[in-house]
Design a protein around this ligand. Structure first.
Ligand code: SF4
Length: 391
């Protein structure tokens, strides 16, 4: 009797999954309840297959893109004290606290240009010592001196600028855009659910505030990306709250005639004894397995059916895992980065290997069975590498 019941349940599940599959093939959208059902009942391989159905709606399934860029962290001073962060120094007078000088910034930008970079990604902590004028002046100076796309300041940094200036997010972003800002990266999202944020980063921007800053950026047609970090001990409901916030914003922005997010990037939490949660007695409850990471990559691709590009990220789980992620609905492998200071200090493999050359990225893409193509930060294809290259 017990065996018979089990068979009935599994037949029911299979028919539900094939109905969801048919719905996706026909161009439909999964509901929240269906997404949770997929999470609980579909195998990783089934999720990958469904994710690739959505991928096919947007891009050439033979091609995977990459970006030549450099990450630069202009300051490590931060007042937010996130429990998972080992990058920041709270006290501006700490011997390791820094704000990069113009000369240091220029050197990094010139090194990136030599490598053929088309973008600089500029992010930092929330440094109370920096006046509001620092930010537009920083953008204006770089854009005047160099021909390079500049994506800078995540929503929580914009909120820091709001605090010190008394301006709205729209006013701050308008000032930055007038100074030459091209885009706003989607950092600092972690899990967009205040139940999780109250536990791990209570001083940082709240979920709806993060969305409001991004909505303002999208209304100005700045390039924006969305991100997600899993492994804070969050539930599937918390994750769906995150994904639903992103999907709803994307629907609103696109309905208003804007592009919205051009890419979604997720990665797993890494932490070591340099972080507060890594030192805590509950550290066992953080982190996710590689399989869970891949399942989340696929579920996000399925659920976020209005964000055209999804990235398989290499810094936290390595290039091999990013290659597998390309088979879970992703069409981009990220970027050269050239330097990484945030997850590296929390124990990510980037501590040893913090940069990828364009050639290495192309090799990883080819190794996964795809044709590499270099893109810019607006997702324009700059060059397709469809001929064999020497390893
Ligand atoms: S994660 Fe960002 S906001 Fe949080 S402490 Fe680190 S630098 Fe500050």
């Amino acid at each position: 009797m017990k065996g018979q019941l089990k068979n009935v349940v599994s037949i029911q599940t299979m028919s539900d999954l094939s109905q969801i599959r048919e719905k996706l093939v026909a161009g439909g959208r999964v509901t929240r309840a269906e997404a949770i059902q997929l999470w609980n009942e579909a195998s990783p391989v089934e999720l990958a297959e469904l994710a690739n159905i959505i991928r096919r709606r947007f891009n050439d399934t033979k091609v995977v893109t990459y970006l030549v860029d450099r990450n630069i962290n202009y300051t490590n001073v931060c007042n937010s004290d996130c429990s998972f962060c080992a990058f920041y120094r709270h006290d501006p007078k700490h011997p390791e606290a820094y704000v990069l000088s113009d000369a240091q910034l220029d050197k990094k930008i010139e090194e990136a240009l030599e490598l053929g970079a088309s973008r600089i990604l500029l992010q930092g902590g929330h440094n109370d010592d920096l006046p509001y004028s620092f930010y537009p002046n920083l953008i204006a100076r770089i854009k005047k001196k160099y021909r390079i796309d500049l994506n800078a300041f995540s929503p929580s940094e914009v909120q820091q600028m709001q605090r010190i200036s008394g301006k709205s997010a729209l006013e701050v972003l308008s000032d930055l855009k007038a100074a030459g800002l091209d885009g706003l990266p989607g950092g600092g999202a972690e899990i967009l659910d205040d139940e999780v944020r109250r536990r791990v980063s209570p001083k940082k921007i709240k979920a709806d505030e993060w969305i409001a800053v991004m909505e303002a950026a999208q209304s100005l047609d700045l390039i924006t990306t969305a991100s997600m970090v899993i492994g804070f001990g969050e539930t599937i409901e918390n994750r769906l709250n995150h994904l639903e916030r992103l999907r709803n914003l994307q629907d609103r922005s696109q309905k208003a005639g804007h592009k919205g997010f051009n890419m979604f990037i997720s990665w797993n939490l890494v932490f070591n004894e340099n972080t507060s949660i890594g030192r805590s007695r509950h550290s066992d409850s953080y982190g996710v397995s590689a399989t869970e990471y891949l399942k989340n990559v696929a579920l996000a691709r399925i659920f976020l059916d209005n964000i055209p590009h999804h990235q398989a990220s290499w810094p936290t789980l390595g290039a091999n895992m990013a290659q597998i992620g390309l088979h879970f609905g992703c069409d981009d492998i990220g970027s050269t980065m050239m330097e990484e200071n945030v997850v590296s200090q929390a124990g990510a493999p980037t501590k040893e290997k913090w940069s990828m050359s364009p050639e290495e990225l192309r090799q990883h893409i080819r190794g996964a069975g795809f044709i590499p193509a270099q893109r810019d930060s607006a997702l324009n294809i700059l060059k397709v590498f469809d001929q064999p290259e020497a390893a």
